[in-house]
Design a binder for this molecule. Structure first.
Ligand code: PEP
Length: 250
């Protein structure tokens, strides 16, 4: 049985003082412990996340990292820095990083391998544009991303990755993929893992849906066979929404 995993992505929101207020609110919630819950926060908020959440069952992580451990890479955050603050996750290849910061598949692949080598859980984001969906190229796009982004990731490691299927047209737009379409793409990803690795890895790997997931649609999405959780942007910025998302079984 795959444990459902709900992770917030704060994006470029919440100053450290604001982060403390929200995390204290979240810490006080009664969250279903059969669901893995966490937040990926701006790098400057990680120490606050550690202070507030360490020792609780709410996990935290970063929204990005560079693949090198240290050196002359001005402005970057390294896996060793994330380990030092006991981060669990790191989002890799979010569509906003691919689009606005020109991150290519080769860089995403280096980051995924570096995260795994440092015992961080990479949340690898893949997904198609609206144009690709309309031209029926969504499966080809996601297959190409997975092939390049998971290159040289071993069979032992691949099941540690969380893959977030995030159709770009659904991120931050209020438009959600239908539960059927989201499940079909998560199933497509699972089958890619089965064919590229093995059945065991495909059964174990967790695949999230991301794209305007909110309290009103979480139950329907997570009832689907291949959707193991959500990567949540907007709705992770309000404690009461996050509570309803994590407590989707109640
Ligand atoms: C995201 O940032 O990955 C995301 C899915 O955002 P939203 O939930 O706001 O669409």
């Amino acid at each position: 049985m795959r444990k459902p995993v709900i992770v917030g992505n704060w994006k470029m929101n919440k100053t450290p003082s604001e982060a403390r207020v929200l995390l204290e609110e979240i810490k006080a919630l009664d969250l279903d412990s059969s669901v893995e819950a966490g937040f990926c926060v701006p790098a400057i908020d990680l120490l606050v996340a550690q202070e507030v959440l360490e020792g609780t069952n709410i996990n935290y992580g970063a929204e990005n990292m560079y693949f090198e451990e240290s050196g002359a890479f001005t402005g970057e955050i390294s896996p060793l820095m994330l380990k030092d603050v006991k981060a669990k996750y790191v989002i890799i290849g979010h569509s906003e990083r691919r689009e606005y910061f020109k991150e290519c598949d080769c860089l995403v692949n280096k980051k995924v391998k570096s995260a795994l080598a440092h015992d961080l859980v990479p949340i690898l984001c893949v997904g198609e544009t609206l144009e690709e969906r309309e031209e029926n190229k969504h499966e080809a796009k996601v297959k190409d991303q997975l092939t390049k982004n998971l290159k040289d990731v071993s069979e032992a490691d691949v099941e540690k990755v969380i893959i977030a299927y995030e159709p770009i047209w659904a991120i931050g737009t209020g438009k959600t993929a239908s539960a059927e379409d989201a499940d079909s793409m998560c199933g497509f990803i699972r089958n890619f893992i089965k064919e590229s690795y093995c059945e065991n890895a495909s059964e174990k790997i967790r695949i999230q849906y991301g794209g305007s997931m909110k309290p009103s649609n979480v139950k329907e999405l997570l009832a689907k066979e291949n959707i193991d959780g959500g990567l949540i942007g907007g709705a992770s910025l309000k404690a009461s929404d996050f509570e309803q998302l994590v407590n989707f079984k109640k």
